[in-house]
Design a protein around this ligand. Structure first.
Ligand code: MRU
Length: 315
């Protein structure tokens, strides 16, 4: 399937069809192309290239990857480890892999993991909308977000954008400011597409404009997703998130993190213990050297609240 216009109903991020994984190719958005993944090698490549991306979607892809591996009859533990280590920062990827690996029926476990993510996102949306009402008032809000923490980063609905959707459903979103999100443009290519499909008023800004947007009082709160949350509440998310938290603290507006419990990693004591993925310099510049960390860590003391599917945590 291929299209250049954005329909109201975007294709699903990830499905299991006829014994294979079908992904919406997120490297090609806003064009809509679906790709079939039939092997573990193909899945590892798709994860590394960000064909599928976003912590919750990676978790579900990992679980389905184990189902693929089990069907193919290779060394299941070795295949599972290759999938789990394809990207290091998102806690959900290894969690999804381990869940399917521990189950007598990996495919049934992957389906269950997928369904739990859908339910978790709905719960985060409702809880986050209620919290923002408490923090900012019941008026239509101007919200700032980074990267893409929407349906396309999950199975459906989204985490940070799930909160936006829940607020939008009750007419309480005036504007979403979406950071472009260098270098792979998840904000301008993916979040903007989702918000357009949903009919949510939005504006994309370049990453360098974000702190100034906050300082000028153009947004009421920042809402972002997370790739891994340490036991002390430090939050790893897409590079460029930490500056938003600094700017929000300086401006005295809430900085809210929305993520499922599958992103919380009790085994990681703090942000210093989180492995930050380093990506290819070629994503940043052609023909010169670059440093390309994909994530940063926001310390817990800059986080107003972490909204998960089961709790509102003020670290
Ligand atoms: O490199 P990506 O696109 O996988 O990074 C995604 C993010 O940083 C998201 O904000 C995070 O995974 C939360 S998605 C609900």
């Amino acid at each position: 399937m291929s299209s250049t216009t954005v329909p109201r109903d975007l294709p699903p991020t990830i499905t299991w069809e006829r014994d294979r994984i079908v992904l919406l190719d997120q490297t090609r958005l806003p064009e809509l192309h679906r790709v079939e993944v039939t092997t573990v090698d193909g899945l590892v490549d798709a994860i590394r290239r960000l064909v599928v991306r976003g912590a919750p979607a990676l978790g579900v892809a990992g679980a389905y990857g184990v189902a693929l591996a089990a069907r193919d009859g290779g060394d299941l533990r070795e295949d599972a480890e290759r999938i789990a280590s394809a990207r290091p920062t998102a806690a959900n990827l290894r969690r999804g892999v381990e869940r399917a690996l521990a189950a007598p029926d990996p495919l049934a476990a992957a389906h269950a993991f997928r369904d739990e993510d859908v339910a978790a996102c709905r719960a985060i949306g409702a809880r986050g909308a209620a919290l923002l009402g408490e923090l900012c008032g019941e008026r239509p809000l101007r919200l700032h977000t980074h990267c893409n923490a929407g349906a396309l980063a999950c199975v459906e609905w989204g985490t940070a954008l799930g909160v936006v959707r829940s607020l939008h459903a009750s007419g309480r979103v005036e504007l979403v400011v979406a950071d472009e999100t260098r270098p792979l443009l998840q904000g301008s290519r993916i979040t903007a597409v989702e918000l357009q499909a949903l009919g949510v008023p939005h504006r994309v800004v370049v990453d360098g404009a974000a702190a100034s947007v906050i300082a000028r009082g153009l947004v009421d709160a920042v809402v972002v997703g997370a790739d891994r949350i340490a036991a002390n509440g430090d939050v790893a998310n897409k590079i460029g998130t930490y500056p938003l938290a600094l700017a929000a603290a300086r401006a005295g507006i809430p900085f809210v993190v929305a993520a499922p419990e599958t992103t919380v990693d009790a085994a990681t004591p703090d942000g210093a213990a989180i492995e930050i993925e380093e990506r290819d310099a070629a994503e940043v510049v052609a023909g010169a050297d670059a440093w390309n960390p994909a994530f940063d860590v926001t310390p817990a003391d800059l986080v107003t609240a972490i909204v998960t599917d089961t709790r509102t945590w003020r670290p």
